[in-house]
Design a protein. Sequence first.
Length: 150
Amino acid sequence: MAAFGLSGCSDDPGAEPRAPVTPTTTSAPAPAVAPLPDPAALTDVLARLSDPAIPGDAKLPLVEGATPDQAGALDGFAKALADNQLLPLSFTATELSWSEADPGNVWATVTATPAKPESGPLTFPMEFQPAGDGWQLTRETADLLLAFGG
């Protein structure tokens, strides 16, 4: 005589309780991050701003929110550089990163090296924003760099 038992269905008080099953979820893949701009695209903005051969009104699109009454300040910036024999300036942009506060904007550490080596380079963090097919200085950076004022 054979005895069959169904041990899997018994109420065994000595059996350990099973851990609850946690449902798993799949998340969507992280969105692709656009490539940072070429550093030359950013330094070109600064080269044009510092060029005294380009009139101030032609430089307005290079600065966020610049108005025609600020063309004189842009001319004055380039004139001051020329008067102090700092031109031509060469610019390098390093440490580019996307802005955490303003998506789409880019931060870069920019170094401006004047023609006269004894003047020494100036390194400054600058923020740029997309403008059409190119880039422009953010208003905050322009206010600090160009003394536009509010």
